[in-house]
Design a protein around this ligand. Structure first.
Ligand SMILES: *[C@@H]1O[C@H](CO)[C@@H](O)[C@H](O)[C@H]1NC(C)=O
Ligand SMILES: *[C@@H]1O[C@H](CO)[C@@H](O)[C@H](O)[C@H]1NC(C)=O
Ligand SMILES: *[C@@H]1O[C@H](CO)[C@@H](O)[C@H](O)[C@H]1NC(C)=O
Ligand SMILES: *[C@@H]1O[C@H](CO)[C@@H](O)[C@H](O)[C@H]1NC(C)=O
Ligand SMILES: *[C@@H]1O[C@H](CO)[C@@H](O)[C@H](O)[C@H]1NC(C)=O
Length: 379
């Protein structure tokens, strides 16, 4: 009897302590959650009710002279004759960093292989890596020598004299549009990609060839962020203080990991960079600002990825455009997706039904965030 009583008391005590613990965790989290929810509500209301970004020209506008002084880093490595072909489908800019040799090698051997694209896909593509200089003064000289050697072999590095840091990514964006305007204005499309993504080149080329046949203009396609609020937590990598951007939401933009613009849009963005202050260091957001001031709006494509990898499955490979987070498995991915057997898996009625079922299972699970939305399963 006595034992029983003690056990009950102990039980209640444990319950009480647990309840208190859970409550305090909830209260601590609530403040953050609350903040998160409120900022999203504010940004969506702004995006969908007000939807006016007229402040961009007045708040970000600067004189041409001032813009040129920001956007005028000298080239350390350059290839002005890279785009020597008249009929160029795509100029592919890959944002890399001096130390990422392994990633560049993997890309050259797979989705960035110009020869493969020419021979197997019948499309002329030029691939260029955009770089700054290494931020650490000790490593810079050594790495610079290595880069020279690498560039001597491959002739595909374009480097400007700015520090290659996260907060200088916008400088890389300016480099891309400035370079393509100066040396590659005949390319039908321009793509900007990170060096840790995978691009399904056969799918991309056939998509772009289709768009070109239709004479597409005003194309800016990728994984679209609509009505994103600026991150105000100062511990976040994407933190943007009020002084830099005081409005509740960003103009729509595509994830910087990989997006494509048509030539006319590339021209417009270049013009915008000549009269807007490149103070926002999140490069894809700055791209959205430039585009918005020129009246260009992004288009969603369900198989361009945002954060995260595409599920590894042949039914997905057949339709994917880009997938993010492939630092090490690019070569295996390439082998898998270009296997001729793969293309037959979704052929015929049975194949189509099978692949739809697989995609629904992979992409439409509740509480499971995927790089492609559930919509992609039915496209
Ligand atoms: C690029 O593709 C061509 C043609 O398919 C191939 O011969 C060549 O070895 C590839 N290059 C690299 C670096 O793998
Ligand atoms: C960007 O590069 C410039 C030029 O090298 C440098 O002065 C500046 O400190 C860099 N900014 C950041 C945030 O790294
Ligand atoms: C973030 O903000 C808090 C309070 O506003 C401040 O105490 C802290 O030093 C800031 N941290 C950084 C990394 O700026
Ligand atoms: C912003 O500036 C650009 C370039 O000067 C101009 O084409 C555009 O019409 C302006 N937008 C607004 C909303 O005033
Ligand atoms: C794929 O299917 C086509 C016809 O649908 C067939 O001719 C071809 O041999 C198949 N390829 C493979 C690798 O099974």
């Amino acid at each position: 009897m006595f034992m029983n009583f003690r056990r009950i008391r102990k039980c209640q005590c444990v319950q009480l302590v647990t309840t208190c613990l859970v409550l305090s965790v909830v209260m601590v989290c609530w403040e953050q959650l609350d903040h998160h929810v409120v900022s999203h509500m504010k940004s969506y209301s702004y995006r969908y009710l007000v939807n006016s970004y007229d402040f961009i020209n007045t708040s970000f506008g600067i004189s041409r002279l001032e813009a040129e002084s920001i956007n005028n880093f000298p080239y350390l490595l350059n290839h002005p004759n890279k785009c020597n072909s008249k009929k160029l489908l795509l100029l592919l800019f890959i944002k890399s960093s001096p130390e990422n040799l392994d990633r560049r090698q993997a890309i050259r051997a797979t989705w960035g292989n110009e020869t493969y694209t020419e021979r197997e896909l019948g499309a002329t593509v030029r691939v260029v890596f955009a770089l700054g200089v290494h931020p650490s003064a000790e490593r810079r000289d050594h790495l610079q020598k290595e880069l020279l050697r690498e560039d001597h072999i491959y002739s595909d590095l374009v480097q400007q004299d700015f520090l290659d840091t996260f907060h200088n990514l916008t400088m890389k964006l300016l480099l891309q549009f400035r370079w393509s305007h100066a040396y590659c204005s005949q390319a039908r499309f321009l793509m900007s990609a990170d060096d840790d993504i995978f691009v399904h080149m056969p799918n991309l080329v056939s998509y772009l060839q289709g768009q070109a046949r239709q004479g597409v203009r005003d194309l800016w396609v990728g994984h679209v962020h609509r009505g994103s609020p600026p991150v105000r937590r100062n511990t976040s990598k994407y933190h943007v203080p009020y002084e830099l951007y005081q409005w509740p939401s960003y103009p729509d933009y595509t994830a910087g990991a990989g997006y494509v613009v048509s030539r006319d849009v590339a021209d417009k963005i270049y013009q915008a960079t000549l009269c807007l202050k490149a103070s926002l260091y999140i490069d894809d957001v700055f791209m959205g600002i430039c585009a918005n001031s020129m009246g260009v709006y992004p288009q969603e494509h369900v198989y361009f990825s945002g954060e995260g990898k595409a599920p590894y499955h042949p039914c997905i490979y057949n339709e994917m455009m880009t997938s993010h987070g492939h630092e090490t498995d690019v070569r295996n991915m390439w082998k898998a997706v270009t296997d001729p057997q793969i293309q037959n898996i979704s052929s015929g009625l049975v194949g189509k039904l099978y692949c739809t079922a697989v995609k629904v299972m992979l992409l439409c699970r509740p509480y499971h965030f995927n790089t492609y939305s559930c919509k992609a399963a039915f496209s």
